[in-house]
Ligand binder design. Structure first.
Ligand code: AMP
Ligand code: MG
Length: 413
Protein backbone atom coordinates (compact mmCIF):
# COMPACT_ATOMS: atom_id res chain seq x y z
CA UNK A 1 0.00 0.00 0.00
CA UNK A 2 1.15 3.53 -0.75
CA UNK A 3 3.13 5.14 2.10
CA UNK A 4 1.84 8.49 3.38
CA UNK A 5 4.89 10.42 2.18
CA UNK A 6 4.48 9.04 -1.38
CA UNK A 7 0.81 9.94 -1.37
CA UNK A 8 1.68 13.46 -0.23
CA UNK A 9 4.18 13.82 -3.08
CA UNK A 10 1.82 12.44 -5.73
CA UNK A 11 -0.91 14.82 -4.58
CA UNK A 12 1.34 17.88 -4.55
CA UNK A 13 2.65 17.01 -8.02
CA UNK A 14 -0.93 16.95 -9.32
CA UNK A 15 -1.65 20.49 -8.16
CA UNK A 16 -0.86 23.50 -10.31
CA UNK A 17 -0.58 26.76 -8.34
CA UNK A 18 -3.43 29.11 -9.04
CA UNK A 19 -2.71 31.71 -11.68
CA UNK A 20 -5.95 33.58 -11.04
CA UNK A 21 -5.45 37.04 -9.58
CA UNK A 22 -7.99 39.53 -8.29
CA UNK A 23 -7.63 43.07 -7.10
CA UNK A 24 -9.34 43.75 -3.77
CA UNK A 25 -9.75 46.54 -1.26
CA UNK A 26 -6.91 46.55 1.27
CA UNK A 27 -9.43 46.45 4.11
CA UNK A 28 -10.67 43.08 2.85
CA UNK A 29 -7.24 41.57 2.29
CA UNK A 30 -6.45 40.11 5.72
CA UNK A 31 -5.40 36.49 5.39
CA UNK A 32 -5.21 36.64 1.59
CA UNK A 33 -2.08 35.81 -0.37
CA UNK A 34 -0.21 38.53 -2.23
CA UNK A 35 0.00 37.79 -5.96
CA UNK A 36 2.51 40.43 -7.04
CA UNK A 37 5.64 41.50 -5.22
CA UNK A 38 5.59 45.00 -3.79
CA UNK A 39 8.42 47.45 -4.35
CA UNK A 40 8.70 50.57 -2.25
CA UNK A 41 7.52 53.75 -3.93
CA UNK A 42 9.04 55.86 -1.16
CA UNK A 43 11.95 56.07 1.22
CA UNK A 44 11.02 55.01 4.76
CA UNK A 45 11.16 57.29 6.70
CA UNK A 46 10.30 59.75 3.94
CA UNK A 47 12.48 62.51 5.50
CA UNK A 48 14.82 62.85 8.44
CA UNK A 49 12.39 63.22 11.31
CA UNK A 50 12.40 63.55 15.05
CA UNK A 51 11.86 60.53 17.28
CA UNK A 52 11.10 62.78 20.28
CA UNK A 53 9.42 65.95 21.40
CA UNK A 54 12.30 68.39 21.99
CA UNK A 55 14.63 70.76 20.18
CA UNK A 56 16.50 70.43 16.89
CA UNK A 57 20.01 71.83 17.29
CA UNK A 58 23.47 71.88 15.78
CA UNK A 59 25.58 69.37 17.71
CA UNK A 60 28.63 71.61 17.45
CA UNK A 61 26.76 74.30 19.43
CA UNK A 62 25.95 72.07 22.41
CA UNK A 63 28.79 69.56 22.61
CA UNK A 64 30.05 71.13 25.87
CA UNK A 65 26.61 71.75 27.34
CA UNK A 66 25.88 70.21 30.79
CA UNK A 67 23.25 70.62 33.49
CA UNK A 68 25.70 72.78 35.47
CA UNK A 69 26.76 74.82 32.47
CA UNK A 70 23.83 74.78 30.07
CA UNK A 71 24.14 76.49 26.71
CA UNK A 72 21.31 78.79 25.69
CA UNK A 73 20.00 78.80 22.12
CA UNK A 74 17.46 81.02 20.40
CA UNK A 75 14.30 79.19 19.34
CA UNK A 76 13.62 80.41 15.81
CA UNK A 77 10.81 78.12 14.66
CA UNK A 78 8.23 75.64 15.92
CA UNK A 79 7.87 72.45 13.82
CA UNK A 80 4.90 70.21 14.58
CA UNK A 81 4.34 66.90 12.70
CA UNK A 82 3.01 67.51 9.22
CA UNK A 83 4.67 70.93 8.86
CA UNK A 84 7.40 71.89 6.39
CA UNK A 85 10.23 73.80 8.17
CA UNK A 86 10.78 77.25 6.69
CA UNK A 87 14.24 78.13 7.98
CA UNK A 88 17.69 76.70 8.08
CA UNK A 89 19.07 76.51 11.61
CA UNK A 90 22.12 78.72 12.10
CA UNK A 91 24.76 78.48 14.82
CA UNK A 92 23.24 79.57 18.15
CA UNK A 93 19.74 78.66 17.04
CA UNK A 94 17.30 75.80 17.76
CA UNK A 95 13.84 74.79 16.54
CA UNK A 96 11.11 73.48 18.79
CA UNK A 97 10.21 70.10 17.28
CA UNK A 98 7.68 67.31 17.90
CA UNK A 99 7.71 63.56 17.27
CA UNK A 100 7.49 62.71 13.57
CA UNK A 101 8.19 66.26 12.41
CA UNK A 102 10.75 67.01 9.68
CA UNK A 103 14.22 67.87 11.02
CA UNK A 104 15.03 71.35 9.68
CA UNK A 105 18.04 71.96 7.47
CA UNK A 106 21.11 72.94 9.48
CA UNK A 107 20.12 70.83 12.54
CA UNK A 108 21.78 67.48 13.10
CA UNK A 109 20.72 66.47 16.61
CA UNK A 110 17.53 66.36 18.67
CA UNK A 111 17.63 67.11 22.39
CA UNK A 112 14.74 65.61 24.35
CA UNK A 113 12.40 68.11 25.92
CA UNK A 114 13.12 66.54 29.32
CA UNK A 115 16.73 67.79 29.13
CA UNK A 116 15.87 71.37 28.30
CA UNK A 117 14.56 74.45 30.07
CA UNK A 118 12.72 77.18 28.17
CA UNK A 119 13.83 80.71 29.10
CA UNK A 120 11.88 83.85 28.36
CA UNK A 121 9.83 83.54 25.23
CA UNK A 122 12.26 82.50 22.54
CA UNK A 123 15.18 80.85 24.25
CA UNK A 124 15.99 77.37 25.56
CA UNK A 125 18.71 76.03 27.82
CA UNK A 126 20.23 72.69 26.80
CA UNK A 127 21.00 70.83 30.03
CA UNK A 128 22.91 67.78 28.81
CA UNK A 129 25.62 66.83 26.36
CA UNK A 130 23.65 65.09 23.63
CA UNK A 131 24.99 62.38 21.37
CA UNK A 132 25.53 63.62 17.82
CA UNK A 133 22.55 62.75 15.55
CA UNK A 134 20.54 61.44 18.49
CA UNK A 135 16.79 60.95 18.06
CA UNK A 136 16.84 61.50 14.32
CA UNK A 137 15.22 58.80 12.24
CA UNK A 138 17.09 59.09 9.00
CA UNK A 139 15.43 59.22 5.62
CA UNK A 140 15.58 55.76 4.01
CA UNK A 141 16.84 54.10 7.21
CA UNK A 142 14.10 51.42 7.10
CA UNK A 143 13.71 51.03 3.32
CA UNK A 144 14.62 52.92 0.16
CA UNK A 145 12.67 53.63 -3.01
CA UNK A 146 12.85 50.49 -5.17
CA UNK A 147 13.54 48.12 -2.28
CA UNK A 148 11.47 44.95 -2.30
CA UNK A 149 9.00 45.18 0.59
CA UNK A 150 6.82 42.06 0.20
CA UNK A 151 7.25 38.99 -1.99
CA UNK A 152 4.45 37.35 -3.97
CA UNK A 153 3.10 34.49 -1.88
CA UNK A 154 3.18 36.48 1.36
CA UNK A 155 0.14 36.04 3.59
CA UNK A 156 -1.32 39.43 4.43
CA UNK A 157 -1.49 39.92 8.18
CA UNK A 158 -1.77 43.27 10.02
CA UNK A 159 1.92 44.17 9.60
CA UNK A 160 1.89 43.48 5.85
CA UNK A 161 -1.37 45.39 5.47
CA UNK A 162 0.28 48.35 7.21
CA UNK A 163 3.21 48.27 4.74
CA UNK A 164 0.84 48.18 1.77
CA UNK A 165 -1.10 51.14 3.10
CA UNK A 166 2.08 53.09 3.91
CA UNK A 167 3.43 52.62 0.40
CA UNK A 168 0.22 53.90 -1.11
CA UNK A 169 -1.72 50.74 -2.08
CA UNK A 170 -5.40 50.98 -1.20
CA UNK A 171 -6.11 48.02 -3.46
CA UNK A 172 -3.99 44.93 -3.61
CA UNK A 173 -3.59 42.05 -6.05
CA UNK A 174 -4.11 38.68 -4.39
CA UNK A 175 -4.51 35.15 -5.66
CA UNK A 176 -8.08 34.13 -6.14
CA UNK A 177 -9.33 31.75 -3.45
CA UNK A 178 -9.46 28.07 -4.39
CA UNK A 179 -13.02 26.88 -5.07
CA UNK A 180 -13.71 23.55 -3.45
CA UNK A 181 -16.85 21.52 -4.15
CA UNK A 182 -18.03 19.32 -1.30
CA UNK A 183 -20.44 16.44 -1.69
CA UNK A 184 -21.52 13.72 0.68
CA UNK A 185 -22.47 10.28 -0.56
CA UNK A 186 -24.66 7.82 1.30
CA UNK A 187 -28.27 6.64 1.47
CA UNK A 188 -28.17 7.03 5.26
CA UNK A 189 -27.43 10.76 5.26
CA UNK A 190 -29.83 13.60 6.04
CA UNK A 191 -29.46 17.31 6.71
CA UNK A 192 -29.24 18.45 10.36
CA UNK A 193 -32.78 19.91 10.40
CA UNK A 194 -34.42 16.48 9.84
CA UNK A 195 -35.73 14.01 12.40
CA UNK A 196 -33.68 10.86 12.11
CA UNK A 197 -35.42 7.69 10.98
CA UNK A 198 -33.88 4.38 12.01
CA UNK A 199 -30.55 3.92 10.22
CA UNK A 200 -30.15 7.58 9.30
CA UNK A 201 -27.38 9.90 10.45
CA UNK A 202 -26.73 13.57 9.89
CA UNK A 203 -24.34 14.51 7.12
CA UNK A 204 -21.82 16.14 9.46
CA UNK A 205 -19.00 15.82 6.93
CA UNK A 206 -20.54 18.48 4.67
CA UNK A 207 -20.22 21.02 7.49
CA UNK A 208 -16.85 19.82 8.78
CA UNK A 209 -15.33 19.98 5.32
CA UNK A 210 -16.84 23.38 4.55
CA UNK A 211 -15.26 24.67 7.77
CA UNK A 212 -11.95 23.07 6.86
CA UNK A 213 -12.00 24.65 3.40
CA UNK A 214 -12.72 28.08 4.85
CA UNK A 215 -9.91 27.74 7.40
CA UNK A 216 -7.58 26.73 4.60
CA UNK A 217 -8.45 29.92 2.69
CA UNK A 218 -10.80 28.36 0.13
CA UNK A 219 -14.40 28.94 -0.92
CA UNK A 220 -16.58 25.91 -0.15
CA UNK A 221 -19.25 25.03 -2.70
CA UNK A 222 -21.62 22.82 -0.73
CA UNK A 223 -23.29 20.39 -3.13
CA UNK A 224 -25.24 18.45 -0.54
CA UNK A 225 -26.07 14.78 -0.18
CA UNK A 226 -26.07 12.28 -3.04
CA UNK A 227 -27.62 8.83 -2.50
CA UNK A 228 -25.73 5.63 -3.31
CA UNK A 229 -27.23 5.57 -6.77
CA UNK A 230 -24.87 5.23 -9.68
CA UNK A 231 -26.66 7.57 -12.07
CA UNK A 232 -27.28 10.27 -9.48
CA UNK A 233 -23.74 10.04 -8.20
CA UNK A 234 -22.34 10.26 -11.73
CA UNK A 235 -24.36 13.41 -12.39
CA UNK A 236 -23.37 15.04 -9.09
CA UNK A 237 -19.68 14.20 -9.42
CA UNK A 238 -19.63 15.47 -12.99
CA UNK A 239 -21.22 18.75 -11.94
CA UNK A 240 -18.77 19.13 -9.06
CA UNK A 241 -15.80 18.55 -11.35
CA UNK A 242 -17.01 21.21 -13.75
CA UNK A 243 -17.52 23.83 -11.05
CA UNK A 244 -14.43 23.81 -8.83
CA UNK A 245 -10.65 23.56 -8.54
CA UNK A 246 -10.88 20.67 -6.10
CA UNK A 247 -13.69 18.27 -5.28
CA UNK A 248 -13.98 16.66 -1.87
CA UNK A 249 -16.49 13.86 -1.66
CA UNK A 250 -16.92 11.66 1.38
CA UNK A 251 -18.05 8.06 1.50
CA UNK A 252 -18.32 5.44 -1.16
CA UNK A 253 -14.60 4.80 -1.57
CA UNK A 254 -14.32 1.48 0.28
CA UNK A 255 -14.84 -1.97 -1.17
CA UNK A 256 -18.54 -2.25 -0.26
CA UNK A 257 -21.27 -2.99 -2.77
CA UNK A 258 -22.40 0.65 -2.73
CA UNK A 259 -18.94 2.18 -3.11
CA UNK A 260 -19.10 3.57 -6.64
CA UNK A 261 -16.84 6.62 -6.50
CA UNK A 262 -13.71 5.06 -8.00
CA UNK A 263 -15.58 3.44 -10.91
CA UNK A 264 -17.36 6.67 -11.73
CA UNK A 265 -14.13 8.67 -11.62
CA UNK A 266 -12.70 6.32 -14.24
CA UNK A 267 -15.87 6.54 -16.37
CA UNK A 268 -15.73 10.32 -16.26
CA UNK A 269 -12.20 10.24 -17.64
CA UNK A 270 -10.31 10.85 -14.41
CA UNK A 271 -6.68 9.86 -14.16
CA UNK A 272 -6.77 7.90 -10.89
CA UNK A 273 -3.45 8.31 -9.10
CA UNK A 274 -4.22 6.99 -5.63
CA UNK A 275 -6.61 4.23 -4.54
CA UNK A 276 -5.56 3.65 -0.94
CA UNK A 277 -2.90 4.91 1.45
CA UNK A 278 -1.14 3.16 4.34
CA UNK A 279 -2.61 5.52 6.91
CA UNK A 280 -4.91 5.02 9.86
CA UNK A 281 -7.48 6.44 9.94
CA UNK A 282 -8.09 7.23 6.28
CA UNK A 283 -6.92 4.23 4.26
CA UNK A 284 -9.54 4.36 1.50
CA UNK A 285 -8.44 7.57 -0.21
CA UNK A 286 -9.03 7.97 -3.94
CA UNK A 287 -7.33 10.82 -5.77
CA UNK A 288 -7.89 11.56 -9.45
CA UNK A 289 -6.97 14.35 -11.79
CA UNK A 290 -9.21 15.76 -14.50
CA UNK A 291 -8.14 18.01 -17.32
CA UNK A 292 -10.97 20.13 -18.62
CA UNK A 293 -9.61 22.40 -21.34
CA UNK A 294 -7.02 24.62 -19.67
CA UNK A 295 -8.50 23.88 -16.23
CA UNK A 296 -7.34 21.02 -14.12
CA UNK A 297 -9.31 19.63 -11.22
CA UNK A 298 -8.13 17.34 -8.45
CA UNK A 299 -10.79 15.03 -7.03
CA UNK A 300 -10.35 13.69 -3.50
CA UNK A 301 -12.62 10.76 -2.71
CA UNK A 302 -12.37 10.74 1.06
CA UNK A 303 -13.56 8.05 3.46
CA UNK A 304 -16.98 8.62 4.99
CA UNK A 305 -16.08 8.16 8.62
CA UNK A 306 -16.03 11.64 10.13
CA UNK A 307 -12.61 11.35 11.75
CA UNK A 308 -11.07 9.70 8.69
CA UNK A 309 -12.46 12.44 6.47
CA UNK A 310 -10.96 15.24 8.58
CA UNK A 311 -7.63 13.50 9.12
CA UNK A 312 -7.37 13.04 5.34
CA UNK A 313 -8.12 16.73 4.88
CA UNK A 314 -5.51 17.82 7.42
CA UNK A 315 -2.84 15.45 6.14
CA UNK A 316 -3.41 15.51 2.36
CA UNK A 317 -5.86 18.18 1.24
CA UNK A 318 -4.36 21.00 3.30
CA UNK A 319 -0.93 20.86 1.58
CA UNK A 320 -2.66 20.69 -1.80
CA UNK A 321 -4.79 23.73 -0.91
CA UNK A 322 -1.68 25.62 0.19
CA UNK A 323 0.04 24.97 -3.16
CA UNK A 324 -3.09 25.77 -5.16
CA UNK A 325 -3.62 28.97 -3.19
CA UNK A 326 -0.18 30.31 -4.16
CA UNK A 327 1.71 29.84 -0.90
CA UNK A 328 5.45 29.15 -1.15
CA UNK A 329 6.64 25.55 -0.79
CA UNK A 330 7.82 26.08 2.79
CA UNK A 331 4.16 26.57 3.78
CA UNK A 332 2.72 23.47 2.12
CA UNK A 333 3.63 20.78 4.63
CA UNK A 334 2.36 20.10 8.14
CA UNK A 335 4.51 21.94 10.67
CA UNK A 336 5.84 19.07 12.72
CA UNK A 337 6.54 19.72 16.37
CA UNK A 338 8.45 17.40 18.67
CA UNK A 339 6.39 16.79 21.80
CA UNK A 340 6.58 14.55 24.84
CA UNK A 341 3.67 12.15 25.04
CA UNK A 342 2.05 12.01 28.47
CA UNK A 343 0.67 8.51 27.82
CA UNK A 344 1.66 5.37 25.93
CA UNK A 345 0.65 5.67 22.27
CA UNK A 346 0.01 2.37 20.52
CA UNK A 347 -0.53 1.23 16.94
CA UNK A 348 -0.54 -1.99 14.95
CA UNK A 349 2.63 -0.95 13.11
CA UNK A 350 1.17 -1.73 9.68
CA UNK A 351 0.01 1.73 8.69
CA UNK A 352 1.19 5.23 9.66
CA UNK A 353 -1.16 5.94 12.53
CA UNK A 354 -2.53 9.32 13.53
CA UNK A 355 -3.88 9.79 17.04
CA UNK A 356 -5.77 12.89 18.05
CA UNK A 357 -5.34 14.83 21.23
CA UNK A 358 -4.17 18.01 22.86
CA UNK A 359 -0.85 19.74 22.27
CA UNK A 360 0.11 22.03 25.14
CA UNK A 361 3.20 24.06 25.92
CA UNK A 362 4.07 23.43 29.56
CA UNK A 363 7.20 25.06 31.03
CA UNK A 364 8.52 25.61 27.50
CA UNK A 365 8.10 21.96 26.43
CA UNK A 366 5.38 20.68 24.11
CA UNK A 367 3.29 17.90 25.62
CA UNK A 368 0.80 15.70 23.79
CA UNK A 369 -2.16 14.12 25.59
CA UNK A 370 -4.49 11.71 23.82
CA UNK A 371 -8.16 12.63 23.57
CA UNK A 372 -10.12 10.62 26.12
CA UNK A 373 -12.61 8.02 24.92
CA UNK A 374 -12.67 5.82 21.87
CA UNK A 375 -10.17 6.38 19.07
CA UNK A 376 -12.56 4.90 16.53
CA UNK A 377 -12.61 6.70 13.20
CA UNK A 378 -16.36 7.07 13.62
CA UNK A 379 -16.05 8.95 16.92
CA UNK A 380 -16.41 12.58 15.98
CA UNK A 381 -17.28 13.48 19.58
CA UNK A 382 -13.82 13.34 21.15
CA UNK A 383 -12.23 14.91 18.07
CA UNK A 384 -13.78 18.20 19.13
CA UNK A 385 -11.60 20.05 21.60
CA UNK A 386 -8.43 18.40 20.37
CA UNK A 387 -5.94 20.48 18.45
CA UNK A 388 -3.27 18.11 17.21
CA UNK A 389 -2.44 14.81 15.56
CA UNK A 390 0.46 12.65 16.75
CA UNK A 391 2.01 10.22 14.31
CA UNK A 392 3.19 6.67 15.01
CA UNK A 393 5.41 5.53 12.14
CA UNK A 394 5.01 2.22 10.33
CA UNK A 395 6.69 -0.66 12.18
CA UNK A 396 6.34 1.08 15.53
CA UNK A 397 3.89 -0.45 17.99
CA UNK A 398 4.33 1.82 20.95
CA UNK A 399 5.68 5.22 21.90
CA UNK A 400 5.94 5.09 25.66
CA UNK A 401 4.83 7.84 28.03
CA UNK A 402 7.62 10.41 28.45
CA UNK A 403 9.10 9.73 24.99
CA UNK A 404 9.26 12.07 22.01
CA UNK A 405 6.53 12.00 19.39
CA UNK A 406 6.04 14.04 16.21
CA UNK A 407 2.86 16.09 16.31
CA UNK A 408 1.23 18.73 14.16
CA UNK A 409 -1.28 21.31 15.14
CA UNK A 410 -4.56 21.06 13.25
CA UNK A 411 -6.28 24.11 14.63
CA UNK A 412 -3.73 26.48 13.12
CA UNK A 413 -3.13 24.69 9.82
P1 AMP B 1 -18.54 4.87 3.74
O1 AMP B 1 -17.15 5.38 3.53
O2 AMP B 1 -19.51 5.40 2.77
O3 AMP B 1 -18.54 3.37 3.82
O4 AMP B 1 -18.98 5.39 5.16
C1 AMP B 1 -18.27 5.02 6.33
C2 AMP B 1 -18.97 5.48 7.57
O5 AMP B 1 -19.01 6.89 7.62
C3 AMP B 1 -20.42 5.03 7.68
O6 AMP B 1 -20.69 4.71 9.03
C4 AMP B 1 -21.19 6.24 7.26
O7 AMP B 1 -22.48 6.25 7.80
C5 AMP B 1 -20.35 7.37 7.78
N1 AMP B 1 -20.53 8.54 6.94
C6 AMP B 1 -20.46 8.53 5.60
N2 AMP B 1 -20.68 9.77 5.11
C7 AMP B 1 -20.89 10.56 6.19
C8 AMP B 1 -21.18 11.95 6.32
N3 AMP B 1 -21.30 12.73 5.25
N4 AMP B 1 -21.32 12.46 7.55
C9 AMP B 1 -21.20 11.65 8.62
N5 AMP B 1 -20.93 10.33 8.56
C10 AMP B 1 -20.79 9.78 7.36
MG1 MG C 1 -21.42 5.06 2.24
Amino acid sequence: MLPVSHAEKIILDLVRPSSGIESIDLNLATGRILATSIVSRLDFPHWDNSAMDGYAVKFADVRSSTSKHPITLEVVEEIPAGYQPQREIQSGEAARIFTGAIVPAGADTIVMQEHTQPVQKNFVKIQITPTARSFIRQRGEYARIGDSLLAAGTVLNPAEIAILAATGCSEVEVYRRPRVAILSTGDELVTPNRLLKPGQIVDSNQYALAAFVQQAGGIPICMGIVPDDRAKLTAAMSEAISSADFVLSTGGVSVGDYDYVEDILAELGGDIQIRAVAIKPGKPLTVAKFNRGDRSVVYFGLPGNPVSALVSCWRFVKPAMAKLAGLPKSSWYPKWIEAITTQDLTADGKRETYLWGKLELIDGIHHFTLAGGSHSSGNLINLAGTNALAVIPVNTNIITAGSKVQVFNVSSV
